[in-house]
Design a protein. Structure first.
Lengths: 350, 289
């Protein structure tokens, strides 16, 4: 089911408001709503679900204007952040709930419901736990019950709010892979909310990045990572360092000194230059390079991450990834070259 | 330099006292309990049965005594279910919605706890009594509230209002809206969600609140005394009847009636204990205020 929000706005007075969000979610797509807390990503998900009514704008399910369709009739599957399993019901009763509340005419007979529940629990690999109660399950198992319950009503779209937020790192990774497989098997249009950029990049076909209630960029993981549309996207997706720069006569200046760097994007007369750690090369302190002092260099899984304090200005810290063979001592003078960096106008920063 | 070897003086946990201290503390607690809680209960039954079981039972053949029992039960049957409904409604409103004056409402719910029951009785007399604001109008329309069943029910409801709401507010606040929202996304109507999700989630807290409400409704004296008018056989509840009998030096009958009230209290207590034993885990999750 293709889903569109058109100029959706939601005013709260609190955080999490939305300001004119237009997003098209293609049928069968797995899309992530990514943003910091208070960016409005959960609000957008709840507006699509019908749990919140937008103050302006429209929501379309296919060609149908669903803006004023109540949540019960939208036929959506929603997985809540803390799963919201019904504590007083067994796993099987939880999964069967959506089928049992159907109007009599549409409700399958009891035996059919039981069969569907068995099939779903089998599908989420929880066979044999039908009679358990939610509190007797681990976090990962609860998550899968919540998913089975949402899938039971054969939803037109599957909406997940921070689906891995409450799980520990190992379970998180496994479930992530499993959810991807599940999506490929069922082909449900799926929208999930996350604040974890790694999760969004790894799992989603496309990522929609929200900031302060506005959509900053929508694109494939490659697009948002390699061609960020704004300074916010650049700094939110992946690690970045930034420095204030000026452009005078086509030359790039930092703290009044010209330096060489490979830059895309324009920032008029001045702005900020953003660079990822892997795009910083450290060498001898030659003229024409940015000069800095090594603060420290600590070990990462694949190499070393160095922190360099630039000479001049407010002495901002630049992070750089260096190979294991390159020895850096604290206090050492070095020259920095940005092999890839992006410039954005100052006022659009963060 | 040699260090003195550290000899373990006490092998038990740091929070455990020495046996003598422990025995003393326990004895003190037990003595206090016996004097102030167990003794009165025993005395009530001893006094009631002083003249034998026959005389004890005979006091309940008195039509006035029977009328008092009937009236108390009638009041409870009306007041407790209504307070259960109002309690759920108030707790629902406070726990699940944000609105202006919410903290004022919470304070108001506690008002019956902080105000003297006599005062709450007087308020109703002031409103509905013959000289009260609505008195003449009520009289003209032939409606009796003060010195009649409606007044007693109103006073009882006022005094026992906080029990259910107080029990449910923290429980419902802790549970939040997510379960109900989940039910709605699965296609359930609001009523269906309430019956199948909300109500089961709060059932033990609700039962607990209703039990306490019931116990208080049966035993309420002050507020009821003001609005009842003490008409024997008509507007005397059990606690009021006890007082009348006592004032008439009819101690055996007074204690017999008192023993019945005590018995009701004991039943409530046992029911509450059973509830805690069986559903202790569920109830323990309810933060008490």
């Amino acid at each position: 089911m293709r889903i569109r929000t058109v100029d959706v706005a939601k005013e709260f007075g609190r955080t999490g408001a939305l300001r004119g969000v237009s997003l098209t979610i293609e049928s069968g797509e797995l899309i992530a709503l990514l943003g910091p807390s208070g960016s409005g990503k959960t609000t957008l998900l709840r507006v699509i679900a019908g749990l919140e009514a937008p103050t302006a704008g429209r929501v379309f399910f296919g060609d149908e204007d669903a803006t004023s369709v109540p949540v019960q009739q939208r036929r959506i599957g929603f997985v809540f952040q803390n799963y919201a399993l019904f504590k007083t019901m067994s796993v099987a009763d939880n999964v069967a709930y959506g089928l049992r509340v159907l109007p009599r005419a549409d409700r399958p007979p009891g035996a059919e419901i039981a069969k569907r529940v068995r099939h779903l629990l089998d599908f989420v690999q929880l066979s044999g736990l039908e009679r358990r109660f939610p509190r007797q399950l681990s976090g990962g198992q609860q998550q899968r019950v919540a998913l089975a319950r949402a899938l039971a009503v054969d939803p037109r779209v599957l909406l997940l709010d921070e689906p891995f937020g409450a799980l520990d790192a190992k379970v998180r990774k496994d479930l992530r892979r499993w959810l991807r497989e599940l999506h490929e098997q069922t082909g449900h249009t799926t929208v999930f909310v996350t604040h974890d950029q790694e999760e969004a990049l790894e799992l989603a076909d496309r990522v929609a990045i929200l900031n302060a209630g506005k959509l900053e960029q929508v694109g494939t993981p490659d697009e948002v990572y390699d061609r960020p549309a704004s300074a916010f996207v650049m700094s939110f997706v992946g690690d970045t360092s930034s420095i204030p720069v000026e452009v005078v006569d086509g030359r790039l200046l930092y703290a009044g000194q010209p330096f060489r760097a490979d830059v895309t994007g324009t920032c008029g007369g001045g702005g900020r230059l953003y660079v990822r750690p892997k795009d910083v090369v450290i060498g001898a302190p030659e003229t024409g390079l940015l000069l800095g002092t090594v603060v420290n260099a600590h070990r990462t899984a694949t190499g070393r991450r160095a922190q360099i304090s630039l000479v001049g200005g407010t002495a901002p810290i630049i992070e750089a990834e260096v190979g294991l063979s390159q020895k850096l001592l604290p206090g050492e003078r070095v020259g920095l070259r940005f092999i890839r960096s992006r410039a954005f106008p100052a006022d659009a920063g963060s | 330099m040699s260090e003195a070897p550290m000899r373990p003086r006490n092998t038990s946990a740091a929070t455990t006292e020495r046996p003598a201290v422990r025995a003393l503390l326990i004895a003190l607690a037990l003595a206090f309990l016996a004097l102030f809680l167990i003794l009165p209960v025993v005395v009530v039954f001893a006094e009631a049965l002083r003249k034998g079981v026959g005389a004890y039972l005979a006091t309940f053949h008195d039509p006035d005594a029977l009328a008092a029992i009937r009236l108390t039960l009638t009041v409870v049957v009306i007041a407790v279910p209504l307070n259960m409904l109002f309690g759920i409604a108030a707790a629902w409103a406070i726990a699940k919605f944000e609105f202006r004056g919410k903290s004022l409402l919470i304070t108001l719910i506690d008002l019956p706890f902080s105000i003297s029951p006599v005062v709450s009785g007087l308020i109703y007399v002031l409103l509905f009594g013959a000289q009260g604001y609505f008195g003449p109008w009520l009289k003209a329309h032939g409606i009796e509230i003060i010195f009649a069943l409606p007044g007693i029910v109103l006073a009882t409801m006022f005094v026992t209002f906080p029990f259910v709401a107080r029990e449910l507010i923290p429980l419902m606040e802790e549970q939040g809206n997510a379960d109900e929202e989940a039910a709605l996304t699965l296609g359930a109507s609001g009523l269906r969600a309430f019956l199948t999700v909300t109500l089961p989630n709060i059932r033990w807290g609700l039962l607990y609140g209703v039990l306490l409400c019931n116990a208080r409704a049966m035993g309420e004296f002050g507020a009821v005394a003001v609005v009842s008018g003490h008409v024997r056989g008509f507007t005397n509840t059990m606690p009021l009847h006890v007082e009348i009998l006592y004032n008439e030096y009819n101690f055996a009958a007074a204690f017999a009636m008192a023993s019945l009230l005590t018995l009701l209290a004991l039943v409530t207590l046992v029911a509450k204990t059973l509830l805690e034993m069986h559903y202790g885990e569920a109830l323990a999750r309810t933060p008490r205020v």
